[in-house]
Design a protein around this ligand. Structure first.
Ligand code: GLA
Length: 515
């Protein structure tokens, strides 16, 4: 997906592109390269290219950053240059804001400052060639085959990932602290196991082509040992493309070598994010399958149990079979979640129709949790947790575990809801009714009971009603016991239904058992 560049840029800072040392050509026309240091103190750079054309006092061209080529326009008058990107209306939300450039062009030398929202960047401006902006040529991919099941993730994986809260601002100390907090909070006791490092840990490659972490992660093996010493497991992130979504070093051309490196560090989980591989290969299901199979094979060849998490945003209907064949234990089914009701509601409810494709070891992943990140109400976060559990989605917390409120803790650690997510006999959720803002979902559970969610998707409190006629035939004529899983208490039924007020964007979760 066009997930990146701007989203990460929005989280970073700095000041003024250093004056370019330039000569040779005295016209602006051509390609220019900006080497913008990543601001998180990790010693890496982001390469950004400008293609500029001068016509009288007008400047036109584009800002080229892998799959993004944003048109730009501006002026050059008396050596003063000013231009800005002109994002097309179809650009994703995070690319709608123009990036503004100011500077000087004289005697073939270009100096610029680049302003992206509140952030101004520093870097070096140099002449470049068109070839530098082009993705590498594709490498051969493996012939399609069905990889064996690796036996992992019999229930949806549970853990924590750095991206939603920290993006690029994550380092070794934070990851250790998150492992400590997962134990201290009691999360590890209720099933949360994986501590997953997302994008921005990479520096580049050594002379032998081995991936090297940047200075935020001085010793991955020691970090993995630490996480393991807490009784937890550790995950890492990469892309099959030349660059990750945040434009860090990807695994392109080094797939097997990277899998071996992860295994040697003691890694237990890999999130493999398509990103810039979309610029290298065609975007069709067989090609995607081959791309993911290559890493699936490489992970299996290490003989270390490594959960394999595919992240290609649901392209090529990954859930329909090829995700599993490529060795995947879980696969993202959508674009990136945001910490808003709109995003969570849209993603969550869009998943019901594909819930039946899930089975033990192979899960749909509607993206990581935003619970506790502050953009939604407690009722909305209860909906998030309930909906993800009914879907049997991975429960990967995305908040700062060190500073959780009691309320966040009570949502992430509701064992009665987690039990639905982790039900040992997977059966898919279905929508049993939809009346105005109220959606009623039901999922059969291994012990013959059912989980029922009454969701209020509207902006005002509403009455949610569950008709007992919707229960499976095995409930007919039996005495029923009903438990409210957020109130942690039994509730009583009316004759043939259960009706209650559901708060705005909230949920009432029931577990109904026939006695
Ligand atoms: C993509 C993924 C996110 C995150 C970022 C990191 O956008 O979908 O979950 O991993 O990349 O750059």
């Amino acid at each position: 997906m066009r997930a990146f560049p701007r989203a990460l840029l929005a989280g970073v800072m700095a000041c003024c592109l250093a004056p370019a040392v330039m000569a040779a050509q005295h016209r602006l026309d051509g390609y220019w390269e900006l080497r913008v240091p990543n601001p998180d103190g990790d010693g890496t750079f982001r390469d950004t290219y400008l293609q500029l054309r001068q016509s009288g006092g007008d400047v036109r061209g584009s800002l080229v950053r892998w799959h993004d080529a944003l048109p730009l326009a501006g002026t050059l008058k008396n050596g003063v240059i000013e231009f800005a990107t002109e994002p097309p209306a179809s650009a994703p939300r995070w690319e709608q804001r123009p990036i503004v450039f100011h500077g000087a062009f004289s005697h073939g030398s270009l100096s610029l400052s680049m302003q992206d929202g509140d952030h101004t960047y520093s870097g070096v401006v140099m002449r470049a060639t068109e070839a530098a902006t082009e993705p590498p040529k594709p490498l051969p991919l493996p012939a399609l085959q069905d990889l064996p099941d690796n036996g992992l993730a019999r229930t949806p994986p549970m853990g924590w990932n750095s991206w939603n809260k920290f993006a690029g601002k994550i380092d070794d100390a934070d990851v250790r602290a998150m492992a400590d907090a997962m134990v201290a909070s009691g999360m590890s006791k209720v099933g949360y196991t994986y501590i997953n490092i997302d994008d921005t840990w990479e520096l580049g490659r050594d002379a032998a082509g081995n991936i090297v972490p940047n200075r935020k992660f001085p010793d991955m093996k020691a970090l993995a040992d630490y996480v393991h010493s807490k009784g937890l497991k550790i995950g890492i992130y990469s892309s099959p493309g030349p660059k990750t979504c945040a434009l860090y070093e990807g695994s392109f051309g080094h797939v097997r070598q990277d899998a071996e490196t992860y295994a040697s560090w003691g890694i237990d989980y890999l999130k493999y994010d398509l990103c810039t591989d979309l610029d290298v290969y065609p975007d069709d299901a067989p090609t995607l399958q081959a791309i993911y199979e290559e890493m699936g094979q490489a992970l299996q060849a290490t003989h270390r149990p490594i959960v394999y998490s595919l992240c290609e945003y649901g392209r090529g209907k990954v859930w329909s079979g090829w995700g599993e064949k490529s060795g995947g234990n879980l696969w993202r089914t959508t674009g990136d979640i945001e910490d808003t009701w709109k995003s969570m509601d849209a993603i969550g409810f869009s998943q019901i129709k594909i819930a039946r494709y899930v089975k033990p070891g192979h899960w749909n992943d509607p993206d990581m949790l935003e619970i506790g990140n502050g953009g939604m109400t407690a009722d909305e976060y209860r909906t998030h947790m309930s909906l993800w559990s009914l879907l049997a989605a991975p429960l990967i917390a995305g908040n700062d575990l060190r500073t959780m409120t009691e309320e966040t803790r009570s949502i992430l650690m509701n064992t009665e809801i987690i039990a639905i997510d982790q039900d040992p006999k997977f059966m898919p959720v279905t929508e049993v009714s939809h009346d105005g803002a109220i959606a009623v979902l039901m999922r059969p559970l291994h012990d013959g009971s059912v989980a029922v969610g009454l969701f209020n998707r509207g902006p005002v409190p509403a009455t949610g009603t569950f008709s007992l006629a919707s229960l499976p035939a095995s409930f007919k004529g039996k005495q029923l016991s009903v438990r409210d899983l957020w109130q942690h208490a039994g509730v009583s039924l009316n004759n043939d239904s259960y009706a209650t007020t559901v708060p705005t964007h909230g949920v009432v979760m029931l577990r109904i058992t026939a006695r």
